[in-house]
Design a binder for this molecule. Sequence first.
Ligand SMILES: [Zn+2]
Length: 880
Amino acid sequence: MSRDKLACHTIGGKVIKLKSHSLVGVPQILESRYNAAEIEPKWQQQWSVSEIDVTSEPDERPKFYALSMFPYPSGNLHMGHVRNYVITDVIARLKRMQGYRVLHPMGWDAFGLPAENAAIDRGIPPAQWTNQNIAQMRQQLQQLGLSIDWHREVATCSPEYYKWTQYLFIKFLEAGLAYQKEAAVNWDPIDQTVLANEQVDSEGRSWRSGAIVERKLLKQWFLKITDYAEQLLQNLDQLDGWPERVKTMQANWIGKSVGAYLEFPVVGMEEKIAVFTTRPDTVYGVTYVVLAPEHPLTPQVTTDQQQEAVAAFIEEIKNESEIERTAEDKPKRGIPTGGKAINPFNGEEIPILIADYVLYEYGTGAVMGVPAHDTRDFKFAREKNLPIKTVIVPVGAIRESPLQDAYTEPGIMVNSGQFDGVPSAEGKTKIIEYAEQQGYGKAKIQYRLRDWLISRQRYWGCPIPVIHCPSCGIVPVPEPDLPVELPEQVELSGRGGSPLAHLDNWVNVSCPSCGEPAKRETDTMDTFIDSSWYFLRYSDASNNNTCFESHKVNDWMPVDQYVGGIEHAILHLLYSRFFTKVLRDRGLLNFDEPFQRLLTQGMVQNVAYKNLTTGRYIPLEEVDPEDPKDPETGEKLNVFYEKMSKSKYNGVDPQQVLSKYGADTARMFILFKAPPEKDLEWDDADVEGQFRFLNRVWSLVTSYNPNSSTSPAEKLTKTEKDLRRAIHTAIAEISEDLQGDYQFNTAISELMKLSNALKDAQCQDSPIYQEGIETLVLLIAPFAPHIAEELWHQLGKTESIHHQPWPQVDKSALTVEEITLVIQIMGKTRGTIQVPANSDKAALEKCATESELAQRYLAGKEIKKVIVVPNKLVNFVVAK
Ligand SMILES: [Zn+2]
């Protein structure tokens, strides 16, 4: 098997080693017209040749790891990508200027169904389709002027990468964290594959094919993420730089609940029905128990009379997905089995039912029904005419009143034997203690999180590196034999389960342990595994001897700033955290959490036109924005902003914007239009606005002659002082905006203010003006790197601007000696006084009160209140 044909060629461009970081050659000075089409490719070429973006070896500088979530190589860059990568790029460039050694890599999440589907549709091998797309997207990314170290590029579909994915899988297997079990799975009847729960939407449809998902029993591989549930929950506290809502989503997904495990004996049988409840205090209100239809006790407890009905019910729900069965808004279906259980607390006989909403895979596969105190149970009991028994009443309730709905609040226990009168919170503990004494229950913690199903019956994924031997069982492929490569020349039809299973030559091998005939595993891994460790690989991307050297991964990790979409708030981030913890426990790395700070950037939206009668979206170019009508029917169209997408016909192709205005304008617009975490509404006029701003900066800088600067005077004139204040205010404000929350939009506003101040300044030959021009170009460099580099060189500099230190604030330049303060009495201006600038409120109040002006107007009056507006006015409110 030749590796070359299938390999994703990950590194583009040739490598030319240079000793110094100075740029090669003196760039040609262009005529004084801003021409992005000319300067952008020129500098991209220079940067590539001089290897300006190559990651430094460790030195005395602090490290900064800036990372964008890597894309799926669909072939075309969309605006959402552009926004994501530009945000990370500004951060990376800023941190370099601020004295950090920066790691800013890029790669491709390259396995997955679309490549396989494309192969089926067009007859192109998935590897070829993927590689073409990668090449195309890499070229588009390069046009954006991203300061990416392309030497560290990874593609998860290349054997050089997935060899280590397999190696890590074996680490999980050795640790007992990877196992196989028969499981009811979500089966996509169109793609003919198993889906993870999270790949099924709220309507029970496949996230990709849209087919209604069926249930099927299959032997599957799982990773034991549940072993790490508590740590994954607890360590959310360490993630100060994460959005609260992402942490909440993760906590809810893990879904810890504290409660009791209780056993209900079955009448006439030895067996007991185990349930988990978070409300043991309501146990005297149990009026029935419900088993999952798949529960092994179901056939045993079903009476002869009910057998037919139970069988029919099981048949009816057999193909329903878990999502459908548990959907909140759907009526719950269930029927009696005829069997009875005993509530061990009061000895009452209660009916045993089966219902669709109880899942065998979740918890014990059985629940107790307490209709009086659980909303779902209340509805179910009403529909099924099951008794409703109140056992908790509100504190201070005189007597029980018939319930209109479940009472789910805390209260006082009633109808609960020896526990009557006990507050419900206290009752939880008492009931558990009592159950433990009696031997029918105990305290228990349960998580909603379940083990991660990673088997896929698909071709274009990482092969699971194990061999099934009739004598030895599951045998991992020995490390020297890794990677288990994907075979070529595979017939892909999209049907009939795993394509690998049909390749006899590939499947049949001898057992690495005993040498007898054995078979390869034919499942491939969920692509979420590939993306659960790629951020670690970047630290040592070309290592062929191991997945990464510990000292390298420990040096660069954790990622200091991770940027990506909110759609990854749960799975990708949770799986990555899980992998990190497992690899830490296996001694491969030494930190607990992979991502220090997380920025979830908002969507890029555009106007969409929809005909509400037909439900059809109308392409932008067919609609007159002044009078939006359906070109076919003439009906008035509904106009609103929606995420750019093909189906809404409202996408803007980044390529068009790049061709028309250049990357710098596109970057400036995206950064200026909205704070990074908020949705961004596309606006052509604002793109134009940023283009004009860059043109103004261009003429401002190119019309300046650096040789005209005179030597510094001993004392600055007022004009010079004002300009210097504007320069250092800009440095202070922008530096602050770019700290922590990265408010790029307000930072760009400050750049505009500084450019206006320079335009208006009447001191072009002053060294302060030179300081201003240079500072403006330096401050703009992370945002619009090409124009900044060009202007920097036009100012006579020879080193790259991207290796210059970030400008420092001179605080003394910020002070204004004196300002004029307005004195008001009851809101009426009575005069002004001169006060020291930037005084605090207390100082201003003191100055004002002691002023001759105030003394005169306030004589004999009682001051009720003093309102101070710093740097502006003091208003005295007096008694009438
Ligand atoms: Zn064997």
